[in-house]
Design a protein around this ligand. Structure first.
Ligand code: AMP
Ligand code: ZN
Length: 464
C-alpha cells in the first residue's frame, strides 16, 4: 500500500516519497489578514489540515508552516483608511482567523510566521537574485526577470510566447493573462510603510514572502506546498521561479492545490460579493463541523458548490453519524462475538486506507464508513453483536475521526439537559411578559443549532 498524491507540477498522481524518510515538511499559503476569511478560504485550510492529519495517521511526522500575509496592497489600504497602524489592524484579523480555525478543528500549524517579521530574509533573497542576474532595478523597485528563468511557466502551464520581455507588473494581484516581470521589492511610497534594507528602502512584493519564509524554516526544498488553485498562477509559479533561481535547487516535491468553493457556479470571493463567513453559518445555527463535513466529504480536487440545502444536508448526515457513534459507544449485550462484524471492521479499515491513499479520495472513504453504518445499525437493532464488537466499531470510528475531525459524540445527554433548562427559562420569561429575555434565549438556542417549535402540547425543540 502506497500513498499517492496528485502533483500539480507533473499533472499526475505520484507515489509519495518524502525527502527524509518519515518526516514531511509542509508549507501552506496562509491568509491575507485584511478582513474576515470566508468559507472559501477555509476550504483551502481544511484541505491542508486533512492532508496533514492523514499523513500523521499513516505514521509520518509532519512539520507544517503557514505564513500570515500582514503586508500587501490590501492590508496597507485598509489600515490607512481606518487610521490605525498596520500591526494593530492585522492583529485584529489574525485573532479572528485563529478563532475560526479552532472552531473548524483545524489543527494548528507548527508556526505562523508573519511577513512583517521576516523582511530581512526577503531582502536577502532579493539580493541573491540581483547578484545572480535574475533581478533588475527599475524606477527604484526591483523586478524578477521572467525570461531569465528557463523553466518559467511549467507549474502554471503557461504559453511562454506571450511573455513580453521587460514588461513589469507591480500590483500584488494581476490578471491571469499578465505574464510579465513581477515586483520583488517595491520602492518606498508616500504614506506606505517601508523598511530600510541593504537593497534599498521599500517593502517586499507578495510572492517573495513565501519563498523567503519557507527557505528560512525548511531550507531550499520542501516536500509539500499547498494552496487553492487560484494560487497556482501567479503566486506559486513566481515563488518557484524565485526560490529555484536563488538556491539552484528544487523548491517543492509535491505541489497540491484544492479546487474552489463556488456559489451559484462562481468562485466565492470578496470581489464578487458572494462571500459567507463561518460566523454567518454559526448564527444560522449550524455547527462548524457541518461545514467541515461538507468540505471533507467531497474530493479536494473537485469544485464544490455551496448551497443552504447542501449545508443542511451535511448537518443532517453528521447528526446521523454522531447518533451512530453514540449508539455503538453505549451499546451493551451479553450475546457472543459476531465474526461477521470483526471481518467487516477490518474490511472497512482497509477500504478507508486504500481510498485515502489514493490522493485523499474522501468520497470513497465515506462510502466505506456508510457501508459499515448500514450493516451495524440493523445488528444493533436486533442485538446480535457483542459489547466488544460494538466497542471495536466505536474505536474504529474514532480512529477515522482523527483524520476527518467531524464527530462530536458525548455531549448529547448533557446538551439536552441544558437545552431543556433554557426552554423552561424561556417559558417562564414569556409568562412574565419579559419578551426581550425570551427572545434572547431563543437566539442563544439558535446559536446552539436548536430550533424551537410551538406545538399544542407545548414547546418542542429540534436540531437544524
Ligand atoms: P487569500 O487570503 O485571498 O490569499 O486566500 C487564502 C487561501 O484561500 C488561498 O490558498 C486561496 O487559494 C484560497 N481560496 C480563496 N478563495 C477560495 C475559494 N472560493 N475556494 C477555495 N479556496 C479559496
Ligand atoms: Zn504563498
Amino acid at each position: 500500500m502506497v500513498v499517492k498524491f496528485y502533483n500539480t507540477l507533473s499533472g499526475e498522481k505520484e507515489v509519495f516519497v518524502p525527502l527524509n524518510d518519515k518526516f514531511v515538511g509542509m508549507y501552506s499559503c496562509g491568509p491575507t489578514v485584511y478582513d474576515f476569511a470566508h468559507i472559501g478560504n477555509f476550504r483551502a485550510y481544511v484541505f491542508a489540515d486533512l492532508l496533514r492529519r492523514y499523513l500523521e495517521f499513516r505514521g509520518y511526522r509532519v512539520r507544517q508552516i503557514m505564513n500570515i500575509t500582514d503586508l500587501d496592497d490590501k492590508t496597507i489600504r485598509a489600515s490607512g483608511e481606518q487610521g490605525v497602524s498596520l500591526r494593530e489592524y492585522t492583529d485584529r484579523y489574525i485573532k479572528f482567523f485563529f478563532e475560526d480555525i479552532d472552531l473548524l478543528r483545524i489543527r494548528r500549524a507548527d508556526l505562523y510566521p508573519r511577513v512583517t517579521d521576516h523582511i530581512e530574509e526577503m531582502a536577502d533573497m532579493v539580493r541573491v537574485l540581483l547578484d545572480k542576474g535574475y533581478a533588475y532595478r527599475k524606477n527604484g523597485s526591483i523586478y524578477f526577470k521572467v525570461e531569465q528563468f528557463r523553466d518559467y511557466g511549467r507549474l502554471a502551464r503557461l504559453d511562454l510566447s506571450k511573455i513580453k520581455p521587460g514588461a513589469t507588473v507591480e500590483a500584488d494581484e494581476y490578471e491571469k493573462e499578465d505574464v510579465r516581470d513581477f515586483a520583488l521589492w517595491k520602492e518606498k511610497k508616500e504614506g506606505e510603510p517601508f523598511w530600510v534594507a541593504s537593497i534599498g528602502e521599500g517593502r517586499p512584493g507578495w510572492h517573495i514572502e513565501c519563498s523567503a519564509i519557507s527557505t528560512e524554516y525548511f531550507g531550499p526544498t520542501i516536500d509539500i506546498h499547498t494552496g487553492g488553485v487560484d494560487n497556482i498562477f501567479p503566486h506559486n509559479q513566481n515563488e518557484l521561479a524565485q526560490s529555484e533561481a536563488a538556491t539552484g535547487q528544487k523548491f517543492v516535491k509535491y505541489w497540491m492545490h484544492c479546487e474552489h468553493l463556488l456559489v451559484n457556479g462562481k468562485k466565492m470571493s470578496k470581489s464578487l460579493g458572494n462571500i459567507i463567513a463561518l460566523r454567518d453559518l454559526i448564527n444560522k445555527g449550524y455547527r462548524p463541523e457541518a461545514l467541515r463535513y461538507l468540505f471533507v466529504s467531497s474530493h479536494y480536487r473537485s469544485k464544490l458548490n455551496f448551497t443552504w440545502e447542501s449545508i443542511q444536508h451535511a448537518a443532517n448526515t453528521l447528526d446521523r453519524l454522531n447518533k451512530f457513534v453514540e449508539r455503538v459507544r453505549d451499546y451493551e449485550s451479553n450475546v457472543r462475538k459476531n465474526d461477521e462484524i470483526t471481518m467487516l471492521i477490518s474490511r472497512t479499515e482497509e477500504k478507508f486506507v486504500d481510498e485515502m491513499d489514493n490522493d485523499l479520495n474522501t468520497p470513497g472513504a465515506f462510502a466505506a464508513i456508510f457501508e459499515l453504518v448500514g450493516k451495524v445499525n440493523p445488528a444493533l437493532d436486533e442485538g446480535n453483536l457483542s459489547t466488544e464488537d460494538a466497542k471495536m466499531v466505536y474505536e474504529l470510528m474514532l480512529r477515522f475521526d482523527d483524520v476527518l475531525g467531524i464527530l462530536t459524540p458525548g455531549e448529547r445527554e448533557e446538551l439536552s439537559r441544558e437545552i431543556e433548562a433554557l426552554i423552561e427559562e424561556r417559558e417562564r420569561a414569556r409568562k412574565m411578559k419579559n419578551f426581550a429575555l425570551a427572545d434572547e434565549i431563543r437566539n442563544r438556542l439558535g446559536e446552539m443549532g436548536i430550533i424551537l417549535e410551538d406545538t399544542r402540547e407545548g414547546v418542542r425543540w429540534r436540531r437544524k
